[in-house]
Design a protein around this ligand. Sequence first.
Ligand SMILES: Cc1ncc(COP(=O)(O)O)c(C=O)c1O
Length: 509
Amino acid sequence: MSLRSRESLIFDRSVPGKIGLDLPKLDVPEAKDLRPAKLKRSGFDALPSCTEPEVIRHFTRLSKDNYGVDDGLYPLGSCTMKHNPRLNEKVAALPGFAESHPMAGDSLIQGNLELLYTLQEWLKEVTGLDAVTLQPSAGAAGELTGVLLIRAYHLSHGRKRKVILIPDAAHGTNPATAAMAGYEVVDIASGADGTVSFEDVTDPVSGKVKQGFLSLVAEYKEDIAGLMITNPNTLGIFEYRIKDICDAIHAVGGLVYMDGANMNALVGVARPGDFGVDVMHMNLHKTMSTPHGGGGPGAGPVACRKVLEPFLPRPVVVRETAKVGEGEVPHHTYRWDWDRPHSIGKVHTYFGNFGMLVRALTYCTSHGGDGLRTATLRAIVNANYIRKELEGVYHLPVTSPSMHEVVFNDAIQAKKDVHTLDIAKRLIDYGFHPPTVYFPMVVSGALMIEPTESEGKDELDAFIHAMKEIARETEENPDLLHQAPVTAPLRRLDETTAARKPILRWVKA
Ligand SMILES: Cc1ncc(COP(=O)(O)O)c(C=O)c1O
């Protein structure tokens, strides 16, 4: 921790006349300012004036106050903060990819179209499904696309179905998506093992009965458009009855959407298409290592069965193979197919976030099929190593086998009045990004840890050591934890106000 005072805003450092770059002398008449007044910002008239070293130092110092996946383990459960291989960046920066214009004609971008087609083939193989769109720009955008496909499918059969069933442990984007697509969301109770309960569940405290899967299917029957299920679920547990769940939904004419954000626990091991899923998304910025950054740009491709293919967003990249003589290498050409009369329309400008798709295919091809499977197995081993080392030190509320992430809570530490937030903040002092906290909401005081496959044993051991030290401090000096973080540039922030009333622009004092 430095004694230097906090970094001020670049605007506050600005001194009129200071300059960080030399522009060539103006050799044309100065243009009139044609910007309409309503588009001009009030509060300041110019960008900050600073020297080059000031600008470089300002942003370098700020970057050092930050913590990223390049600093160390970033165990943010459900987010899969894994290493972004530099090879991905190198390939994405190749001029043919980075500088190609989205409006270039098909004949000029054959390589890029082949890349998209090839990535679709990889995703079909990984998911066990028949068709893919690469357009959606994130997981939630993929969910909406997938549910709109379900809707289009039912409407094309003249069915006006109203309900989507969603387990109560679902990621928040699932019910939000179903509601956005115009459906009524009906919650399915989870059982004590953390998976979808087939039977109704009685709350031991309130005595309230929450309906389980079977009674909901029996109640809503032909009103059910589909089910959205995250698998592995938000507790990092595989929904082991997924095949029965899919069969029951299909029996009433519904379709199954799988939130595949946690596919990094399944790739190369199990294929959703094989266990009955009809449509799903994958978060390439998780499973395929493309960068997360301030919410984007990401990529949330959707894979589906043949029956949903006509409704996919357009255009769709297609491959045509010219007839060749026997023994000759077939000649493929690629083109955008816009002629999709049943398409739900576009869900992204142009063809999605192309740079992310380049990175994802680089990840797939550089790993190969075996490498992708190995990555999955390592992600699972790493989560289970942490689970084994910390079980008993932290409470494990649900003991079903963990896949790629493990959820503890603060039940042991709460006896000393130390809570999840205190533990998370103290981890910052130990040089780690905190895990996801208070999610999933079905676990009180959840600490959701996802190490990913990127971490070696040394880094895992350092994290485990920090967590054990925090548990020891809880016993010996709980107040220290209430103060944490004590070494960070900023102490405890009012996170609610920061989220609800963010100050996003500088205004002259
Ligand atoms: C289970 C699950 N579903 C959906 C999403 C939403 O994905 P995105 O943030 O890319 O929209 C996430 C995000 O982490 C997730 O963990």
